[in-house]
Design a protein around this ligand. Structure first.
Ligand code: SF4
Ligand code: SF4
Length: 427
């Protein structure tokens, strides 16, 4: 892959397009309005600036395979010489384009993703995918397939079961993953082998190991870095070259190790420690994490598919035979997934309680995009499970629009203040 120079000399800003301006405002806020940004974050700040603001085209190897959800196994794409790129989009500009042809009550994530695919010169400039893999998860994602196809893209429905705990669901999903491998073979002209799959699994495992180290540093109290930067790091994984991404995360981890040794504090000792869950923050829509940290909280952990859920769970393989490896890969994508699309989802509550305990969490912020029924419907049971353990939860229904900024600021400040009061009383 070609190395892209950082800050190309004399290159003007991409243009004053609305999507570039929207990204620039958020990025400037992330970089300029907070103290103590790790030096190693410069790689990610520059990457987002080049890709989202200067409109730099992304390079890729082999066939370009777009994915619309974390359920599409990247390892199969890498094994067959392709490059995966996650298409989930966080731009209000594209949300508005999507709203022109989608129902008004659709989720912002789906509207923005389709709005971006519909646009003439979309950012990020990924190029036209040779195939878009759309896992049949929530209803909106399911119905998006035909609409994306109508825009002129080749789309593959990766069929997901509605439950994940039964043996039937497991077998159904394993068969879906094998069929996906067949489809990739048609598109790439490459055969899946034990050797290329093992190499691809090793590659993603290294990325996951780097992420897990970063994740574990977030247990430190006081925090070593802010959550807004962690979301930027994990969002970069959507489109960045995986080897460069791993190197940049390892550099960040080395800096965090040094910060820990030096007793560095990125947030105040008593800053409320927040676990973020629900609909995923996708750049530039980092509205809630930024509001939390502007108000003096620190996002120390998350249970979202744009960060932790995307990278945490590792593949377990019993025997290194191709068939077993593909089944092990399928299990990794199904068993630990806590997306609310599954009919029963006890695992999500269990996972949130585990994260809250191991990261010393004071409160949970739950984001549901307006129109996302599955996250909306699950919030009451999640709040009850957390409250039973004495953990407060703030439920926020929102979208990509900046209009609720003032109202959300007030609610978040009040929530953090109540946590601080409780902490003071306990102390
Ligand atoms: S919320 Fe669920 S269905 Fe939507 S992208 Fe994330 S994992 Fe996939
Ligand atoms: S946030 Fe909800 S509606 Fe939107 S893609 Fe995820 S599960 Fe589907």
């Amino acid at each position: 892959m070609t190395t892209i120079p950082i800050h190309p000399a004399g290159k003007p800003a991409y243009n004053l397009s609305r999507q570039a301006r929207e990204a620039e405002i958020v990025l400037d806020h992330i970089t300029d309005d907070f103290d103590g940004n790790p030096a190693a974050m410069q790689y990610f700040y520059d990457l987002f600036r080049r890709v989202y603001i200067q409109g730099e085209a992304l390079a890729h190897e082999g066939k370009l395979i777009g994915t619309t959800c974390i359920q599409a196994p990247d390892e199969l794409i890498y094994a067959m010489g392709g490059t995966p790129v996650r298409l989930c989009n966080g731009s209000y500009h594209y949300d508005q384009i999507g709203a022109d042809f989608m129902p008004a009550k659709s989720c912002s994530l789906v509207k923005a993703t389709l709005g971006m695919l519909h646009a003439d010169n979309p950012i990020p400039r990924i190029g036209k995918p040779d195939l878009i893999v759309n896992p049949t998860t929530c209803d909106q994602k399911k119905k998006a397939s035909a609409m994306i196809e109508d825009m002129g893209y080749a789309v593959y429905d990766l069929e997901m079961p509605n439950v994940k705990d039964s043996e039937e669901a497991r077998l159904y999903w394993q068969r879906s993953v094998r069929q996906f491998a067949q489809k990739l073979r048609q598109v790439t002209g490459r055969k899946l082998t034990k050797k290329n799959l093992k190499a691809a699994m090793a590659r993603t495992s290294r990325a996951q190991a780097a992420f897990r180290t970063l994740h574990n540093f977030r247990k430190a109290s006081p925090a070593l870095m802010l959550g807004k930067d962690v979301f930027l790091v994990t969002n970069a994984f959507f489109f960045d070259d995986i080897e460069r991404w791993i190197a940049a995360v390892e550099k960040l981890n080395a800096e965090l190790a040094q910060r820990q040794a030096d007793g560095y504090q990125a947030a105040q000792r008593r800053a409320p420690r927040i676990l973020f869950t629900g609909s995923p923050p996708v750049f530039p829509n980092l509205k809630l994490p930024l509001l939390i940290e502007e108000a003096g909280g620190v996002v120390v952990a998350d249970e979202t598919c744009s960060a932790n859920r995307m990278l945490y769970d590792m593949t377990a393989v019993d025997e290194w035979l191709l068939h077993d490896m593909v089944d092990g890969l399928a299990d990794k994508y199904l068993k630990p997934c806590t997306c609310p699309i599954f009919t029963r989802n006890d695992d999500r509550r269990r996972r949130l309680l585990e994260l809250a305990a191991s990261f010393g969490v004071d409160g949970v912020v739950y984001q549901a995009f307006a129109g996302c029924q599955v996250y909306e419907m699950e919030q009451k049971s999640v709040a009850a499970a957390l409250n039973a353990k004495g953990i407060a939860m703030l439920y926020i229904e929102t979208d990509y629009s900046p209009d609720d900024h003032g109202q959300l600021t007030t609610r978040i400040e009040a929530f953090l203040e109540s946590i601080k009061t409780r902490k003071r009383k306990r102390a």
